[in-house]
Write a protein that binds this ligand. Structure first.
Ligand SMILES: *[C@@H]1O[C@H](CO)[C@@H](O)[C@H](O)[C@H]1NC(C)=O
Ligand SMILES: *[C@@H]1O[C@H](CO)[C@@H](O)[C@H](O)[C@H]1NC(C)=O
Ligand SMILES: *[C@@H]1O[C@H](CO)[C@@H](O)[C@H](O)[C@H]1NC(C)=O
Ligand SMILES: *[C@@H]1O[C@H](CO)[C@@H](O)[C@H](O)[C@H]1NC(C)=O
Length: 762
């Protein structure tokens, strides 16, 4: 998992979803993956394209081979001059079409063929816990765990970097057989093998068949968070010691590797989704994504649409592009889009300055050989040194400056472990790592190679001020191990991607937040400075929306077990309307970027609440056909709609809807001065047979909200009731550019069904 500064490109292009990389912002104009052959001028322009074509109406009877032949018929010829086949993958389930190598001129010719829908060049895609089950209250009486038999019998498909198959999190000894419907395959190299926990493992890389074993760790982390076994004595360098388990510890795992060195391409991602649908997974857990793009060009959006058509629940990370607004991945309304929040556990290292001031930071390497009573000289090489020294980049520190001292370093988008290595190499005694401004209060408990403490930006500024105003500044570190009860909890992580989405018509994203900071999870290799190299049961702390999404995949698995008849949209609605928007102490959930209240663009409906999600009372349901008027309403062409829905569509014959009208569990819209908009929603009763709901409205500042009717009466299950919501801007000073937030809640004797309302004034 090398993400040193020499790998600038890899970082920007590939590592944005990695557990510890949290600040790589997408740079525009990622170059397509061109296969160049300097002997042939034509091949210099060869690119891989994702090509959507219609299938002959009899395709369901077509064999894979004949489907492949049909796809080949679109090409000028089957092989390149080099003899390499042009088609890399043929798809029938994830999309209808193929990935193939073509020149732009060849693509132009193909566009005129009957049955051609659309094509786009292949883009890169990126990767984006003993304690969390306790935190989510899954162990408490009446919770989802016992009720859902811990997700038993449900299959979670994980698309990621593969799996470390011998880790005890993935042992199958105490697991029941996989369901009869299961068709997955196991390509693990012997002596490793699949088992009743790990029921499939395959890898996709062009036409190659590489091993599905995980080298980087990301795939093992996400799989263990969603459905890892109970593992006793799990800990990181002695911290957070306890029993680790996934969110749905009895669910099965099917592993689809499409990421290598933390990077993947759309063709392989679609091939993985294709296989997962074909195998019969119940949940697709995707801690991966792309730069924001229209739904018809997003492989996750298109593959997820096919998933919901097959009654598979797609669960996606929104990315780690925060706190910058509007750079978020996986914002299709049929995906559950998950942001990251903190838990109340800290792996505490307190910094004490020479003037007696103390501030709390984190690190998981806490050697007992460090003498906390001894005050050491404190230096900030970045203050007057070269710019690289600010971030303590490899090779930037002078031994004469740092030797034997505590060194203050500032975070950037690269890995923090590289910084502690650099300090150690230059002879530093310890490191204080402070956040840059956008990193705010989010700190990591990394296994550093020397004594260290990672502190917030605010605390770092105090340390800087002390250094600048003190003739001989000194400091020490005090190791306090694992501590609980941090406040405020939960808080949205500064790195978690934020809305508003610019691609989905304004539907509020993320949908929810879930634990995603310093999550203890299975790791393929030992960590820390003193590796023995013989542990088979290692864990690490990982942070990212990549860690948040598999928590919700596990929750969805348990809901699926409990409510097999629920649609993916119903499961999603249940998770959203039961989430909480207040923290543990009853205050507004805060944002670790700055520490103020988190907006709905940061936390969506709120923080997941699994035991409530199993019994939401009402759901805002949608079938796959309901998205067609929405897609047409986005202004998409018929071809663009067809590329998403994998079916014919004619927008001119469809009553289009604006995105606000989609029967979504949250409400987000834009209003001009003096404007009013009326939208409708339909709820389905999944609670008590006979029930009555009253309305509670929290009006966004500056907006009147009128709901008709103001109460809902149900006399049967599955009964649907429609209500309209009129939102009008109040008179008064212009609020142009502002955002106001409120909520619409249906309340019965047993249930509270809450939808956030976000109004952007334009
Ligand atoms: C395949 O078609 C391309 C373009 O039409 C042509 O340049 C190439 O020579 C053909 N290759 C073979 C092996 O026929
Ligand atoms: C973890 O906790 C268990 C049970 O309390 C204890 O036996 C074990 O020694 C602990 N391990 C570490 C590394 O602290
Ligand atoms: C790991 O290997 C080291 C050195 O070979 C040995 O001293 C130690 O006992 C081993 N630890 C375990 C847990 O096997
Ligand atoms: C934060 O939220 C609380 C509770 O809703 C509210 O009282 C407070 O005014 C909010 N703070 C700001 C700065 O908006």
């Amino acid at each position: 998992m090398d993400r040193g500064s020499s790998q600038t490109i890899v970082c920007h292009l590939a590592l944005i979803f990695l557990p510890f990389i949290i600040h790589c912002l997408p740079r525009a104009n990622l170059s397509p993956i061109a296969i160049t052959d300097h002997h042939n001028p034509n091949e210099i322009q060869l690119q891989t394209y994702i090509v959507h074509v219609q299938e002959p109406t009899s395709i369901s009877k077509l064999t894979t081979e004949r489907c492949h032949e049909w796809h080949k018929s679109f090409l000028p010829n089957a092989t390149l001059d080099s003899g390499e086949p042009r088609i890399i993958h043929s798809y029938h389930r994830a999309i209808t079409g193929f990935a193939a190598k073509l020149t732009p001129q060849e693509l132009v010719l193909m566009r005129s063929r009957d049955g051609f829908i659309l094509a786009h060049s292949e883009k890169p895609t990126f990767l984006f816990t003993t304690y969390t089950p306790d935190f989510l209250a899954l162990k408490h009486w009446g919770s989802l765990w016992p009720e859902s038999s811990h997700g038993e019998g449900i299959i979670i498909g994980v698309i990621d970097t593969g799996i470390h198959p011998t880790h005890p999190s993935f042992d199958g000894k105490s697991m029941p057989d996989h369901p009869i419907k299961w068709r997955g395959r196991c390509d693990l190299p012997p002596p490793a093998n699949c088992n009743n926990k790990l029921i499939a493992a395959t890898a996709f890389k062009g036409q190659l068949k590489p091993s599905p074993v995980d080298k980087g760790g990301h795939g093992s982390v996400t799989a263990s968070i969603s459905a890892g076994n109970f593992v006793h004595g799990a800990q990181v360098l002695g911290n957070a010691n306890g029993t680790a388990s996934g969110t749905a510890p009895r669910a099965h795992l099917a592993i689809y590797k499409a990421y290598y060195n933390n990077y993947g391409v759309e063709g392989d991602l679609l091939a993985a989704i294709e296989q997962a649908i074909s195998d019969g997974v119940d949940i697709l857990s995707m801690s991966i994504g792309q730069e924001p793009k229209p739904l018809y060009e997003s492989s996750v959006a298109k593959g997820s649409f096919s998933a919901i058509r097959n009654n598979i629940f797609p669960c996606c990370a929104v990315g780690n592009f925060g706190p910058v607004p509007s750079i978020l991945s996986n914002d299709a309304p049929w995906c559950l889009s998950v942001g990251a929040a903190t838990v109340d556990r800290r792996i505490r290292v307190t910094v004490r300055l020479g003037n007696g001031m103390e501030m709390d930071g984190e690190s998981s390497y806490q050697p007992d050989t460090f003498d906390s009573k001894l005050m050491l000289p404190l230096v900030f090489p970045g203050d007057r040194g070269p710019p690289e020294a600010l971030n303590c980049q490899t090779g930037s520190l002078r031994r004469s400056v740092v030797s034997g001292k505590i060194v203050l370093c500032v975070t950037d988008e690269y890995e923090n472990l590289e910084r502690s290595k650099a300090v150690k190499t230059a002879g530093g005694a310890a490191m204080i790592l402070m956040n840059r401004l956008p990193d705010g209060y989010t700190t990591n408990a990394d296994p550093h190679s020397l004594p260290a403490s990672h502190v917030s930006h605010a605390d770092g500024q105090k340390i800087q001020a002390y250094i600048r105003t003190t003739p001989n500044p000194t400091a020490t570190l005090i190791f306090k191990g694992t501590q609980f009860g941090a406040r405020p909890t939960p808080a949205v992580a500064s790195f978690s991607s934020r809305g508003p989405s610019l691609n989905n018509g304004g539907i509020l994203k993320p949908d929810v937040v879930a634990p995603g900071v310093n999550i203890l999870a299975a790791w393929p290799t030992e960590v820390g400075p003193n590796k023995k190299g013989n542990s088979s049961s290692t864990f690490n702390f990982a942070s990212g929306t990549s860690m948040a999404a598999p928590h919700v995949s596990g929750i969805a698995a348990m809901l699926k077990k409990l409510k097999p008849e629920w649609s993916p949209a119903a499961i999603k609605s249940a998770i959203m309307t039961t989430s909480y928007a207040r923290d543990r102490h009853g205050n507004a959930i805060t944002d670790q970027n700055g520490g103020g209240n988190a907006s709905f663009f940061a936390m969506g409906a709120g923080h997941v609440n699994p035991s409530k999600a199993a019994d939401p009372g009402l759901v805002y349901d949608l079938q796959w056909q309901d998205y067609i008027p929405y897609l047409c309403g986005l202004g998409y062409t018929n071809d663009q709609v067809m590329a998403v829905i994998k079916d014919t569509a004619d927008c001119s014959n469809i009553k289009k809807i604006i995105a606000e009208e989609l029967n979504y569990p949250s409400i987000a819209l834009t209003l001009k001065t003096g404007e009013s908009k009326t939208i409708s929603r339909t709820v389905t009763n999944v609670g008590e047979t006979s029930s009555k709901y009253r309305l509670e409205i929290e009006e966004p500042n500056g907006v009147h909200v009128n709901v008709t009717p103001e109460s809902l009466q149900f006399s049967g299950l599955k009964q649907m009731e429609t209500f309209s919501v009129k939102l009008s801007v109040k008179s008064g000073p212009s609020r142009k550019g502002q955002v106001s937030e409120g909520s619409l809640t249906w309340i019965s004797e047993f249930y509270v069904v809450r939808s956030p309302i976000s109004i952007s004034f334009t």
